[in-house]
Design a protein around this ligand. Structure first.
Ligand code: G4P
Length: 193
């Protein structure tokens, strides 16, 4: 069991409807030491890859990405969620549908911060249906950048996102893959990696 899996077992709370609450250490209150270990592990898993930038999406990806970035020595760019914006041609845009929140967000990244010379590592806290990642991939493509890999903290292995992204051929490294969880017993099963 790695440090993230162990922390999920210790402090994660399984809610009805297959929701895993990790807000005491991952996406509300945040544990920088845990993020540092996660960054170290992604660095190990993406050894040998040239990464020029980390691309994430607001809000919860940002803290994790910033600490991970210190292991790669690169800047972090985050896609901003913008409900109504003046698209003046200076932004890459993608539409991200949230299955969980049942809404759609336009996400934007300034053209100043991504270009065809970039080799990106995409980072996010959760992978469920993969909509957020598909939005980031679309933005990377619009910039002509190369996606070298994808680092996720918690993948919900029983939802479709992981398989969709792996089938697209990306190296996807999720530090904890939840296969099953039971809100009545609180039991969580992880995929062996
Ligand atoms: P997807 O991006 O993989 O398609 O995920 P989905 O639409 O299903 O999820 C929408 C939001 O809900 C995402 O956050 C995602 O991180 C979060 N989410 C999904 N499943 C869980 C879960 O079991 N537990 C928790 N805590 N979050 C979950 P978001 O809208 O982008 O929010 P944020 O980054 O601003 O926090």
């Amino acid at each position: 069991m790695n440090c993230l899996e162990a922390r999920i077992v210790k402090d994660g709370i399984v809610k009805e409807g297959n929701v895993l609450k990790v807000d005491s250490f991952l996406n509300h209150q945040m544990d920088p030491e845990l993020f540092n270990e996660m960054g170290r592990e992604w660095k190990r898993r993406f050894e040998g890859k040239t990464i020029t930038k980390i691309l994430t999406i607001e809000a919860s990806g940002i803290g994790i990405a910033c600490i991970a970035a210190q292991h790669f020595g690169v800047p972090v760019v985050f896609a901003k969620k913008a409900k109504s914006i003046n698209l003046d041609g200076e932004m890459y845009t993608a539409e991200v549908e949230s299955f969980t929140h049942k809404n759609k967000n336009q996400v934007i990244v300034s053209k100043k911060f991504l270009n065809e010379n970039d080799h990106l590592l995409l980072i996010d806290d959760f992978l469920a249906n993969g909509c957020a990642l598909q939005g980031l991939i679309q933005i990377a493509k619009a910039a002509g950048a190369t996606v070298e890999g994808i680092g996720i903290a918690v993948e919900k292995g029983f939802q479709a996102g992981g398989q969709i992204i792996r089938n697209l051929g990306y190296q996807l490294e999720s530090l904890a893959i939840v296969e099953e969880m039971n809100w009545e017993t609180g039991e969580i099963k992880f995929r062996e990696q």
